[in-house]
Design a protein around this ligand. Structure first.
Ligand code: SAH
Length: 244
C-alpha cells in the first residue's frame, strides 16, 4: 500500500489512541495523535522464549500484537473489548502482512476463553485493573494456559481498601483521560499486592517471577511472569495428578 493510501485509510479509521509506524513513517501524519505505543510486552520472549501459541487480552490497537506475531512460528489470538480499537488493530496487522493473528471482539468478563482453545502463554497487560472481578480473569486464564505474562497496577494504600470474596481491594472510578483505554464499566476493583499474589495462587499459578515493580503510596505497577505447576499425566508415575 502506498503512503498516501495508508494515510487515507488511517484517517478514516481514526482517531487513533496511538500512532503506528510502518516503513519508518509514523501514521496518521499531520495530527496530534500520541506517538506509537511502547508496549509493555517487550521482555515477553525473554521470559517465554518457546511460546508459539499466545492469547493476548486487551489488545487495543495491536501494538503488542504485531510484536508477538512478527516472531516466526507464533500464532496469536487477540481479544479486545472495543470494536473501533479492533478495527484499527486489524488494519495495522494487515498492513504488516500478518495473517497469523485472530482478532476477537469480546468482554473478557463475559466471554468464555475456553472457546478459543489452549495457549502456551497469555499476555495480559494493562487490563487486570480494568475489571470488576479480576480474580475471575486469573482463573479463566489458568483454564486455558500454563503461562501468564502480566503487567498491572495494584493498590498500595491500605487505608482505602476493603475485603471482598477473600481479597483486599480498592474501588476505583475509571477516569483515565483516554476513554478508549478504559474499562468497559465505570468502576473497577484493584487488588492490593498480597491479594494479587493470593489470586494468582488461587488460580493455580506458582510463585511468580517479578520482572519489574514500582512501589508507590497508592498506584503501584508490577510486571510478572507466572507458571502453573504441571499436572502429572495420569499413569506416568502411577499416580493420578501432581500438585496444582
Ligand atoms: N494491552 C495494551 C492496552 C492496555 S489499555 C497495553 O498494555 O498497552 C486496556 C485495553 O483493554 C483497551 O484497549 C480496552 O478497550 C480493553 N479493555 C478494557 N476492558 C476490557 C474488557 N472487559 N474486555 C476486553 N477488553 C477490555
Amino acid at each position: 500500500m502506498r503512503p498516501d493510501e495508508i494515510q487515507r485509510r488511517a484517517t478514516e479509521l481514526g482517531p487513533w489512541v496511538n500512532g503506528f509506524e510502518y516503513d519508518s513513517v509514523t501514521y496518521p501524519r499531520d495530527t496530534q495523535v500520541a506517538p506509537p505505543r511502547v508496549g509493555r510486552a517487550l521482555p515477553f520472549f525473554d521470559v517465554f522464549p518457546d511460546a508459539t501459541r499466545i492469547l493476548e487480552l486487551g489488545a487495543l490497537e495491536g501494538a503488542d500484537t504485531i510484536r508477538l506475531a512478527s516472531r516466526p512460528g507464533v500464532t496469536v489470538v487477540a481479544v479486545e473489548g472495543r470494536a473501533d480499537n479492533l478495527s484499527r488493530a486489524s488494519f495495522v496487522l494487515g498492513l504488516h502482512g500478518l495473517t497469523n493473528v485472530r482478532l476477537v471482539h469480546a468482554d473478557v468478563e463475559q466471554f468464555d476463553l475456553r472457546s478459543l482453545g489452549r495457549f502456551d502463554v497469555v499476555l495480559c497487560t494493562g487490563l487486570l485493573y480494568h475489571l470488576q472481578r479480576p480474580w475471575d480473569l486469573l482463573r479463566s486464564i489458568a483454564d486455558v494456559s500454563d503461562g501468564l505474562f502480566l503487567s498491572t497496577h495494584y493498590w498500595g494504600d491500605a487505608d482505602t481498601t476493603f475485603d471482598t470474596e477473600g481479597y483486599v481491594v480498592k474501588l476505583v472510578h475509571e477516569d483515565h483521560p483516554e476513554p478508549r483505554t478504559r474499562a468497559l464499566t465505570e468502576t473497577t476493583l484493584w487488588f492490593d499486592r498480597p491479594s494479587l499474589l493470593k489470586a494468582l495462587t488461587d488460580a493455580g499459578f506458582g510463585t511468580p517471577q517479578v520482572i519489574n515493580e514500582r512501589v508507590a503510596p497508592s498506584v503501584c505497577d508490577i510486571v510478572l511472569a507466572a507458571r502453573r505447576a504441571h499436572q502429572t499425566v495420569a499413569g506416568e508415575q502411577g499416580t493420578s495428578a501432581g500438585p496444582a
